[in-house]
Write a protein that binds this ligand. Sequence first.
Ligand SMILES: Cc1ncc(COP(=O)(O)O)c(C=O)c1O
Length: 391
Amino acid sequence: MPDPIYLDHAATTPVRAEVLEAMMPFYGPRFGNPSSMHRWGREARTALDEARERVARCLGASADEICFTSGGTEADNLAILGTWRARRAEGRNAIVTTPIEHKAVLEAVHQAAREGADERFVNMTPTGVVDPGSYAGMVGTDTAIVTCMWINNEIGTIQPIDELARKAKSVGALFHTDAVQALGKVEIDAKKTPFDLLSVSGHKVGAPKGIGAMFIRRGVVIESLFHGGEQDRGRRPGTENVASVIGFARAAELAVAEREVEDARLERMRDRLEAGILARIPDATIHGRGAPQRAPHITNVSVPGTDSESLLMALDLRGIGCSAGSACQSGSISPSHVLSAIGVEPNLAGSAIRMSIGCLTTDTCIDRTIDVFAALVNKARGSGSMAARAS
Ligand SMILES: Cc1ncc(COP(=O)(O)O)c(C=O)c1O
């Protein structure tokens, strides 16, 4: 059996050797609590402060604008609920978002709606980008916050964040972007792009799971979700996850430093993958392919007459790990909310497979995936078993 092929980098990535090496002392001799006054505590505090500076530099921010969290989900919740709760007394009650956000954003917005917020979902174009007319009609002087992801985790479309943030700010709304899939893929610079809040997560860029960060622009008022400590300026109480913060700082630095070269490598392999699939299966659809800007690491493909669950299992049996929609939805075979929002009809959406490439991917992986995928599709259509399931 050939080596297994991991094509699920948008779900998570392996911890990088450099990251693990940077973290190890903090599980050993440098174990102190940064809030302690003694030498062990001071040593941990210094390391934490340095890591905060380094993460800030990766985002074009200042250290006091970085708040560490347990990951992207917590950062998204803190950004949305923390600012909306702080602003509702000003008479700004609306939250504007898109229907293609990650559940971390959608569920936080729904929670705010249960507490009284007016939730608004903009329309998307069929290629997976915010419809500018719909957006302009929804953002106004009653808007507390706009939240729009930078790169979609299922179809890889890139939103025009600069333009959307400028429009939000022109009417006094805050602008948050979920940049969990964007770190290391596009340039993120708080000095150039006027977002107020931005979420990132470590495990998408070679840091461990369970660590993330939020950029909160200086002056933005946010209510903490947790209570019980002064850590992170009271915005995120709780003893800091020092080792993971150190690892995240290293991973973020590497991702930013390698971005241009790695993006070009991934884009070339993604194009090879898509061209190979389309050459062998001409009626395959690649969702989001027509968008003006796409991430280099995500391909989402549907083939009529197949279904995602059977294809995923068959790929796995042949050593290829992909996902249907996003990993957070696996186990559930309901059609992806992202594909529904861009108007993909349910049968086609029910056959979608996401292949996400990254640090473990080589040209050999791509070529074998094309061969195996085409063979599985032919077999499924020949036997008719998948077609029957999909209807
Ligand atoms: C776009 C997006 N937002 C948020 C998250 C959640 O991040 P985490 O797993 O760090 O909680 C993910 C993870 O899949 C994601 O892709």
